[in-house]
Design a protein around this ligand. Structure first.
Ligand code: FAD
Length: 629
């Protein structure tokens, strides 16, 4: 080879390396490339998914952006403080404890007598907390052990923590912030027990914030998540509160010590009291899909800029191009959109049902739906966050700057508080079973929209021959209804068989253990389907695709069920279609994320940077660290 040829060859190699290097190191262009592929109308998407809340959300983001110094109180190394849900769910929780739990309890369980407390809370003169859970009891609210004994002579209730297990536990905002609390305690008058009631108690002196006499407050210290809000312990020793401090909408205690309930049946009275506390759950239902979207922002933007092995002889490609990555990120993005719509619908339903909060019949459906959706979405979101972390893994998945670790721990709590998912699902199932039984046994019409179909549902032949059959809404509706109806019937049969030998509890528990979660989950899927069908998005092929992908995930996850019931759903077709559709939907992913996620300053993850300049920012942040060098 002549020297001239050698130089030419070297030159070609350098050019090839340069090009490759640019490919690898130009993440900004890479993200831009995917951004340009998207065809969606962003404003329209904001309207569809956030509706009337979108302006409010934008205002909050602006507040954070303009006051970053005030919000960035912590370093990420110290586990971050970002505001609102994307910013820091703990900030939402602080608001939630005060506004949704404390104030709503006064509003729903209190009367005119408590107007001043309500006004103090509204103007933040008082900061409230909510003391229900004890060391020994949480889900089983009726067994809480804190006592409120009425003393006729002084017309006061004397609140006590009679045992260690009665210590109020996990109480949010308690350790530092709150000066008021609403305490759930067993009411006693002249030695007779009248069940659990709520009492307003001043736990700190408003003038100097000192803890009041007879009250012990302790801080839990760091938790596995949500460290932006403190949780504490509360112990009462002969704390007296005036008779007027009992929240007495459903039962009053007269000065002479007479107990006068407005609902005689203690079970019904108790159920109504608890149902009226439902309001906060709507927000928690939103929390799952929103957190999942935030995690996908990080996972998908990173996958767009991260390059790995390309096809033989070709340049490196974004990992977003791998079919596996599309299954891991793009499919969950589609499901997240479907869940966001269901979450929005349940919140709207809550708004319209609020006036009926004391009517158990009118509240039953929203109670059943929200009981299953909170846990379902929280579980889904946990998986998504973890998957996004695995996408970054190899290296960056373990770094706290990605924020996914904090996000996972913060979100996980959503499965527990306000009611453990497994406990709540039982309430959902009981509602569904009661409706079905009443209809079958007593010919009582079903009044609840989500279950009305049970009255007319009939088995019919259905075939899946062409690809379109997998997307046909009528087919999907039929399959979802079929699955739910069949599972519910099986459960009822199983329970009935058990009941011939055992009492209700002994019969229910084993039946629920094997079948309960699936049925509640099927009910939730049906609701998601119904709400998506009500959306006015005709001719939006992108959203149509998202919905089709979500439907395919149901076929995929429930293959065993559909196989056993002899539907001719082809496993191969489901897989092929999932691959095809997620590959198409991938081109819209960055556009959708751009439209729906909070700005970088709010989300606070370098790996989800909107401009794609992820490596530079990561390096800079590391180099600027206090102890880096
Ligand atoms: C961060 C955080 C903040 C909180 N803030 C507050 C607050 O401000 N105020 C407040 O009052 N409380 C608060 N809580 C407490 C929370 O609401 C309770 O922990 C929650 O309701 C669960 O109750 P539990 O702890 O009694 O769990 P348990 O009901 O004892 O559950 C323990 C386990 O048993 C299972 N289980 C329970 N019952 C059944 C059943 N019937 N069938 C099958 N399995 C069952 C559950 O699935 C779970 O796995 C908070 C909790 C956390 C984590």
């Amino acid at each position: 080879m002549s020297s001239e040829q050698r130089v030419k060859l070297l030159h070609q190699q350098f050019e090839a390396y340069k090009e490759m290097n640019e490919q690898v190191t130009n993440p900004i262009e890479s993200l831009q490339h995917y951004r340009q592929l998207s065809t969606i109308d962003k404003a329209k998407y904001v309207e569809i998914f956030y509706g009337r809340n979108s302006k409010y959300i934008q205002n909050l983001f602006d507040i954070v952006n303009k006051n970053l110094d005030a919000f960035m109180l912590h370093h990420l190394e110290e586990l971050a403080s970002f505001a609102m849900d994307g910013f820091d769910p703990a900030v939402c929780v602080r608001f939630g404890v005060h506004f949704s739990l404390y104030i709503k309890t006064i509003l729903n369980l209190g009367t005119e007598n408590h107007k001043q407390y309500f006004e103090n809370a509204q103007t933040l003169t008082d900061i409230g907390s909510f003391s229900l859970t004890e060391l020994g009891h949480g889900s089983n609210v009726r067994q809480v052990q804190t006592t409120a004994k009425y003393d006729k002579d002084t017309q006061t209730f004397i609140i006590n923590t009679p045992t260690d297990l009665a210590t109020k536990f996990w109480i949010g905002s308690k350790a530092n912030l709150a000066n008021m609390t609403v305490v759930f305690a067993q009411l006693y008058i002249d030695g007779k027990q009248y069940g659990v009631h709520a009492f307003l108690v001043e736990i700190r002196d408003k003038t100097n914030h000192n803890v009041k006499s007879g009250i012990t407050i302790e801080d839990f210290g760091p938790k596995n998540g949500l460290n932006g809000i403190e949780n504490g312990i509360l112990i009462f020793k002969n704390v007296r509160v005036p008779i007027a401090n009992m929240l007495d909408r459903f039962a009053i205690v007269t000065p002479s010590g007479e107990f006068k309930p407005s609902i005689e049946d203690p079970d019904k009275r108790f159920a109504v009291q608890l149902a009226s506390l439902l309001g906060g759950r709507g927000t928690l239902i939103y929390y799952g899909p929103i957190t999942s979207l935030n995690a996908l922002d990080i996972g998908i933007r990173y996958a767009a800029i991260r390059k790995q092995v390309g096809l033989s002889g070709e340049k490196e490609q974004s990992i977003l191009e791998y079919p596996l990555t599309q299954l891991r990120l793009i499919v969950p993005l589609a499901s997240t959109l479907v869940y966001m719509i269901a979450a929005k619908a349940i919140n709207n339903l809550w708004d319209t049902t609020q006036n009926n909060v004391f009517n158990p019949n009118k509240m039953a459906e929203i109670h059943a739906l929200s009981s299953v959706l909170k846990g379902k979405f929280a579980t889904f979101s946990n998986k998504v966050i973890l998957e996004c972390r695995y996408i970054l893994r190899g290296s960056q998945g373990q770094h706290p700057f990605n924020k996914l670790g904090v996000m996972l721990h913060d979100q996980d709590i959503n499965n527990i508080w306000e009611g453990d998912a497994n406990v709540f699902m039982q309430q959902t199932l009981k509602f569904c079973m009661d409706q079905k039984n009443k209809f079958i046994n007593n010919q009582q019409p079903i009044q609840y929209p989500s279950l009305k179909f049970l009255q007319t549902f009939k088995i019919r032949p259905i075939k899946f021959a062409k690809d379109e059959d997998y997307f046909c809404p009528k087919n999907i509706q039929y399959l979802l209804e079929y699955k739910f109806d069949k599972q519910l019937n099986n459960f009822i049969q199983d329970l009935t068989a058990n009941l011939s030998n055992y009492d209700m509890l002994k019969s229910w528990n084993p039946s629920f253990a094997f079948k309960g979660q699936q049925i509640s989950n099927s009910y939730a899927d049906l609701y998601c389907f119904q709400k998506w069908q009500e959306l006015n998005i005709k001719n939006d092929s992108v959203l149509e695709r998202a919905f089709q992908i979500w439907c395919l995930t149901i076929f995929e996850n429930e293959q065993e069920f559909y196989k056993n019931n002899e539907f001719n759903i082809s496993e191969a077709a489901v897989k092929r279609l999932l691959m095809k559709l997620s590959n198409q939907f991938k081109d819209e992913a960055i556009g959708i994320i751009d439209a729906l996620v909070p700005p970088d300053e709010v989300l606070g993850s370098i790996f989800g940077s909107q401009d794609g300049d992820i490596y530079n920012k990561f390096m800079q942040k590391i180099c600027n660290g206090k102890n880096t060098f």
